[in-house]
Design a protein around this ligand. Structure first.
Ligand code: NAD
Ligand code: ADE
Length: 443
């Protein structure tokens, strides 16, 4: 292993002395995550993860810290690396290191450091993996297939052994849409080495985290970075899926004229019927003041769009990867690039126009703000914890496939959240239950 600045066997963080601030920040999250608090008490009694090592590749935030503590309370030995080079909250990473978690993450990692950190987390020898975007799972698969691209060479720099014990991994979970797509692609090619639960696709996740969490925090990221007035602006949202629909709604709520760009006819129709203008990016490019991509796709905004944009256009991405806004294209028409505020790069184009890129085109809500609010991560991470428990208890009968979160877990997590709000559920009478199951009763 090549030792880089600050990398030890136990942790790799920016500055461990930031731990006190991190502890305080984690405490604020913990107070807003009642479902995880309930699970923690249960896990302390039942110890479902005793003897299990977990390697997690997640955004290292205060909410992730709460999840790590809950898993440890259930007996898990947890190692954590970042799932994005710019999303780590350094004080939180420091606090986790002081609490004895193996944490390999700091804000501003290079690609080499990012993948070396994944290698460190893999050296933990996981029985289960937790991923957000599938960089950990795909690294495992590339290693075990003897592939040798640049990312693998960096992962190897973090490994204690040449090859981690992949055969010991009994299962994993995936947090986000892009990660699920990548793991499904592995499954389709018959390459998936162990079962992975698609936490992203659970209803208690995708109905809340994607639209409400990203919807609010992406706008929060744009506002923290620029402090622009949204009212009266034209906001172009690329992608009207789970995330994009939430962003569009929040932008509308702030007084923007919202334009939606969407290739899927059903989703485009849904956007149109909800009162949004719907058009191609080619047309939207010249109209937008603020552009936010949320597609999971590549080259959504590219050179032919940049050349049509208004002077002063602001670009941000909320999708998992930094490929939605083509940064190379933007660079190619820029005379000069300068940082004009924290997280704001000004591209001065050859023709004199200015384009602002936020957070280097990476997840604007995590880079320019603090990611999803704790209340919504309470749901997503409760699903993560319960899905890991499900794997721990059922792995012998799980196929090497992408598996949905069991409906029972989805419902339990939603019910626990409602309980925390003091909301009572309607109970069906036996007559009502029979009626819903019968075919005989008619008009
Ligand atoms: P989704 O599949 O529900 O929606 C994506 C939409 O983008 C689809 O409607 C698709 O038709 C559309 N699309 C594809 N190519 C396009 C293009 N070139 N132009 C315009 N639209 C296009 O996915 P989702 O759950 O909304 O997730 C979107 C992205 O956001 C993924 O990368 C996901 O991993 C990420 N995500 C980020 C956060 C965050 O915290 N920032 C949270 C959840 C998900
Ligand atoms: N993804 C989006 N927001 C997040 C948060 N606050 N913590 C961890 N992962 C996230």
């Amino acid at each position: 292993m090549i030792l880089t600045d600050g990398l030890t066997a136990a942790f790799w963080v920016k500055d461990v002395s930031m731990d006190e601030d991190g502890m305080k920040r984690i405490a604020t999250a913990e107070a807003m995550m009642p479902v995880l608090a309930t699970l923690r008490k249960k896990y302390e009694r039942e110890r479902p993860f005793d003897g299990f090592r977990l390697s997690a590749c997640l955004h290292v935030t205060k909410e992730t810290a709460v999840l790590c503590r809950v898993l440890r309370a259930g007996g898990a030995d947890v190692a954590l690396c970042a799932s994005n080079p710019l999303s780590t909250q350094d004080d939180v990473a420091a606090a986790l290191a002081v609490e004895g978690f193996k944490v390999y993450a700091f804000r501003g990692m290079t690609a080499q450091q990012y993948y070396t950190a994944i290698g460190r987390a893999l050296s933990h020898g996981p029985d289960m993996t937790v991923d957000d975007g599938a960089d950990l799972v795909t690294s495992i698969h590339k290693l075990s297939r003897g592939m040798s691209d640049e990312s693998v060479s960096y992962v190897k720099q973090g490994l204690d052994e040449i090859m981690p014990q992949v055969s010991k991994i009994i299962g994993g979970t995936e947090e986000t849409t892009t990660g699920v797509l990548r793991i499904r692609a592995l499954e389709k090619e018959g390459l998936l080495l162990y079962p992975v639960i698609a936490v992203n696709d659970a209803l208690s996740k995708s109905l809340f985290d994607n639209p409400l969490g990203t919807g609010q925090s992406a706008l929060d990221g744009v506002l923290r970075a620029t402090n622009v007035l949204v009212a009266g602006k034209t906001v172009v949202v690329a992608g009207f899926g789970r995330v994009g629909s939430g962003i569009a709604e929040r932008a509308k709520g702030l007084g923007a004229r919202v334009v939606v760009v969407e290739p899927d006819p059903v989703k485009a129709l849904q956007a149109y019927m909800n009162g949004y203008m719907v058009m191609s990016m080619e047309r939207a490019a010249g109209l937008g003041d603020i552009f936010i991509t949320a597609t999971g796709n590549i080259d959504v905004i590219r050179i032919e769009h940049f050349i049509k944009m208004k002077d002063g256009a602001i670009l941000a991405n909320a999708g998992h990867m930094d490929v939605e806004i083509n940064k190379q294209d933007l660079q190619s028409i820029a005379e000069k690039v300068e940082t004009v505020r924290e997280n704001v790069a000004l591209y001065r184009l050859h023709d004199g126009r200015k384009i602002f890129l936020l957070g280097d085109g990476r997840l604007v809500n995590l880079v320019c703000a603090e990611g999803h609010p704790s209340e919504v991560m309470d749901l997503s991470f409760a699903l993560q914890a319960e899905s890991l428990r499900y794997i721990a208890e059922n792995h012998q009968r799980l196929e090497k496939k992408v598996i949905p979160v069991p409906a029972e877990i989805d419902r339990t997590v939603a019910a626990l959240k409602l309980q925390s709000f003091g909301v009572e559920l309607e109970k069906l009478t036996p007559k009502q239950m029979d009626y819903l199951k019968s075919w005989a009763a008619g008009t």
